[in-house]
Design a protein around this ligand. Structure first.
Ligand code: ASP
Ligand code: MG
Length: 407
């Protein structure tokens, strides 16, 4: 008998028919001789709708009340799912995050999980129930409801899987798994059967929207093996686990793309050496997330520094940097460029295979695609390109590494 945690995202429970589909799947899993814990998101669109309602009432709603409101989305779906199971003759019980024993700390709307006391879940399982937990929420020791940040049901599922020592955590979504590239862009992209935590992390934070990056970090920390699967079929998905030797044989496992990127450049800097600290502090104080950083000094001795960020942070970044410009020198000025995209190749095999960067940039050059800023980690190479070039860029790089081939 295995203990299985299954997480169903908003699209998987988006209609009553789909809720029945999930109920059936949970019952089938239990009938196969397993203990089953489900973690469920709000029906698709509900979280956004609730946030929208709040903003109709006032511009800047108190975060405590936002948590109170938004956490009801998951309470609806867990209750409806248990009703669907009851209607099919099964036995299920729903729990809020607090009832499931999820204890949180930190700030409202971005709570963090402190600990999980799964005693009630274990008892309910022993009584023969399918246990259905609300994702994306928990409670402080003082009794305040927290939500865990957008996409936080993934985090709830991984944390619960660790707490109940599940044999596997299955993340059900509306795609068959993690692909070598977005199949809408690269027609012959393939599903990747096994990925390492590191690769999944790099892909999640470089544009592959399959899973929240924080949850992958947690899974890695606690060694929770998880599988990304499709809730509408029974195809095997992508298993994410500790790195092994076989994964290193391929230099590149996948190509991620991220649109809506912008670049800001501060040029003409004549201030003393601490200018990078000045600039980064101004951006950090404005809570702006920057991605790539490039700095250099021109032959006239003036320095330039460029950053990339998401398009929707551009306005705030400009405002924050305007304030520090006078400290950077009399001729310091800001240039911005919108309409960029980022292409990344990811693979643990990059550590031991040389020539990966050369292959990426040769493929792009042969296709006549200009590249901009470049950033690398041990297992990732990223470059910016014009937004209008990103799809072609993904196709030629995917092809250059023969990712369409079975290996
Ligand atoms: N319903 C929440 C959201 O939309 C949590 C989740 O779906 O994971 O962010
Ligand atoms: Mg999600």
């Amino acid at each position: 008998m295995a203990l299985i945690v299954q997480k169903y995202g908003g699209s998987s429970v988006g209609t009553i028919d789909r809720i029945r589909n999930v109920a059936r799947r949970l019952m089938d899993t239990q009938a196969g001789g397993n203990e089953v814990v489900a973690v469920v998101s709000a029906m698709s669109g509900i979280t956004d709708k609730l946030i929208g309602l709040a903003h109709q009432v006032m511009d800047d709603p108190p975060e405590r009340e936002l948590d109170m409101l938004v956490s009801t989305g998951e309470q609806q779906s867990v209750a409806l799912l248990c009703m669907a199971i009851a209607d099919m003759g099964g036995k299920a019980v729903s729990f809020t995050g607090a009832q499931a024993g999820i204890c949180t700390y930190g700030s409202h709307t971005r709570g963090r999980i402190e600990s999980i006391a799964p005693a009630r879940i274990i008892t309910a399982l022993q009584e023969g129930n399918i246990v259905v937990c609300a994702g994306f929420q928990g409670m402080t020791p003082g009794g305040e409801i927290h939500t865990l940040g957008r996409g936080g049901s993934d985090l709830s599922a991984i944390a619960l899987a660790a707490a109940v020592k599940a044999d596997i955590c299955q993340i059900y979504t509306d795609v068959d798994g993690v692909y070598t590239c977005d199949p809408r862009v690269v027609k012959n992209a393939r599903k990747i059967p096994v990925l390492s935590y590191e690769e999944m992390l790099e892909m999640a934070s470089s544009g592959s929207k399959v899973m929240q990056a924080r949850s992958v970090e947690l899974a890695k920390k606690f060694g929770v093996i998880f599988e990304v699967r499709n809730s509408m079929n029974n195809n095997p998905g992508t298993i994410v686990q500790e790195e092994n030797h076989a994964m290193e044989s391929l230099a590149v496992r996948g190509v991620s793309i991220e649109r809506n990127q912008a670049r800001v450049t501060v040029s003409g800097i004549t201030a003393p050496v601490a200018y990078t600290a000045l600039i980064l502090t101004a951006l950090a104080e404005a809570e702006i997330n920057i991605d790539m950083i490039v700095a250099n000094t021109a032959h006239d001795g003036k320095a330039r520094q460029s950053f990339t960020m998401n398009m929707n942070e551009l306005g705030a970044a400009q405002a924050a940097l305007k304030n520090v410009l006078p400290q950077l020198g009399a001729e310091a000025r800001l240039e911005t460029e919108a309409g960029l995209a980022k292409l990344s190749v990811v693979g643990v095999g990059m550590r031991s295979n040389s020539g990966v960067a050369a292959t990426v940039f040769r493929a792009l050059a042969d296709a006549g695609i200009p590249t901009g800023m470049i950033a690398t980690s041990e297992i990732r190479i990223s470059t910016t390109v014009e937004a209008s070039d990103i799809e072609e860029a993904a196709r030629v790089v995917h092809e250059a590494f023969h990712l369409e081939r079975e290996n």
